[in-house]
Write a protein that binds this ligand. Structure first.
Ligand SMILES: Nc1ncnc2c1ncn2[C@@H]1O[C@H](COP(=O)(O)OP(=O)(O)OP(=O)(O)O)[C@@H](O)[C@H]1O
Ligand SMILES: [Mg+2]
Length: 86
């Protein structure tokens, strides 16, 4: 079994998509800030807008939130998209 990659779960009412990486995870002190606009640990290589915009899309379009889990091995981001808009 791969410990990283993309999984798609086609459920009756929704599709869940999880993206797992092996990039060493997100530190406890940073994890609460990653969805904040302009928060980045990449210096001039990061705008800090990627996750903020992704979260906004999920909230505004689907009234749901991106779930993130992190270990020392890597991170898993999961989005759940309803098949029908409420
Ligand atoms: N898969 C990941 N593994 C570890 N840290 C991450 C991961 N994704 C995001 N982060 C952390 O969250 C921060 C914010 O991420 P976000 O995608 O919003 O901005 P960015 O990647 O820094 O810049 P950009 O949006 O321009 O790609 C990153 O700088 C990094 O510290
Ligand atoms: Mg990014």
């Amino acid at each position: 079994m791969e410990l990283f990659g993309i999984n798609i779960f086609n459920r009756e009412q929704e599709v869940a998509i999880s993206i797992a990486d092996n990039a060493g995870g997100i530190s406890q002190e940073n994890i609460d800030a990653i969805f904040e606009p302009y928060f980045s640990t990449k210096g001039k290589n990061g705008t800090g807008l990627g996750l903020y915009m992704s979260q906004m899309i999920m909230q505004k379009q689907f009234h749901t939130k991106i779930d993130v889990k992190s270990t020392n091995y890597g991170s898993i981001f999961t989005i759940v998209v309803p098949k029908k808009l409420a």
